[in-house]
Design a protein around this ligand. Structure first.
Ligand code: PGA
Length: 251
């Protein structure tokens, strides 16, 4: 199968992991990765500045795992998308299933955060995905379409043109279960077809990446699929060498 000319995109979602020392070790262990892959690290907010300062210049860009909707104000404990930009981030994960499930982020909130990322000049990495019951009921595509619609309705379909979409079946996150390459490919193709139908300009250049128990051992077969443009990696991204291997597999 011929791969598309879309640039490969691999992002690390460290979730709530890391220490100051781990950040230094990560920078020491980081090997060279081919320049044709876009590599993004999303550490916890508190480590963003340190991660950027020790890894800058290694061909890596940076992102945050969540932001507030508002640009500033009396929102104790929150961080604005603008602050991520100020700290040198270029990406924001939006709508991760853990934010939706554990922190009650509705489709409407997710759309607000997508708009906030764009307002601040960040590229949103929009996460969508179904839970196991929804897949068993044959509703996976409908669920994902509804999640995309919520963002398109609030922000306008053209706004999806420059973003990255991460298809992350919830049942595959942190479980060791991965969607088969064929299952993931089917959903990625459905997402891309929807973007084209909705008139998203340059829908063919939007990167759609897969997330859910991606590891160095299964990355290659996922990336061989024509519509899988890379990955959003959780657990396996905490190890610099393994994460770099996944990035190399995407090249
Ligand atoms: P995982 O997480 O790779 O640990 O399954 C992926 C994610 O939640 O983005």
């Amino acid at each position: 199968m011929t791969k598309s000319p879309r640039r490969a995109f691999v992002a690390a979602n460290w979730k709530m992991h890391g220490t100051r020392w781990m950040v230094l070790d990560y920078a020491t262990d980081w090997p060279e990765v081919p320049a044709e892959v876009d590599v993004v690290l999303c550490p916890p907010w508190g480590y963003l500045d340190r991660v950027r300062s020790v890894l800058d210049g290694k061909g890596i860009r940076f992102g945050v795992q969540h932001t507030a909707i508002e640009p500033r104000g009396a929102f104790t404990g929150e961080h604005a998308a603008e602050m991520a930009g100020d700290l040198g981030a270029a990406f924001a994960i939006v709508g991760h299933s853990e934010r939706r499930r554990l922190f009650g982020e509705t489709d409407e909130v997710v759309a607000g955060k997508f708009a906030a990322a764009l307002r601040a000049g960040l590229t949103p990495i929009l996460c969508v995905g179904e839970v196991l019951d929804e897949r068993r009921q044959g509703a996976a595509e409908t669920v994902v379409a509804t999640q995309l619609d919520a963002v398109m309705d609030q922000c306008g379909a053209p706004m999806l043109a420059g973003c990255v979409i991460a298809y992350e079946p919830v049942w595959a996150i942190g479980t060791g279960e991965t969607a088969t390459p064929a299952e993931a490919q089917e959903m990625h193709a459905a997402i891309r077809a929807k973007l084209v139908r909705e008139g998203v300009e340059l829908a063919d250049t939007v990167r759609i990446v897969y997330g859910g128990s991606v590891k160095a051992t299964n990355a290659q077969e996922l990336f061989a699929e024509p519509d899988i443009d890379g990955a959003l990696v959780g657990g396996a991204s905490l190890d610099a060498v393994e994460f770099a291997e996944i990035c190399c597999a995407a090249a």
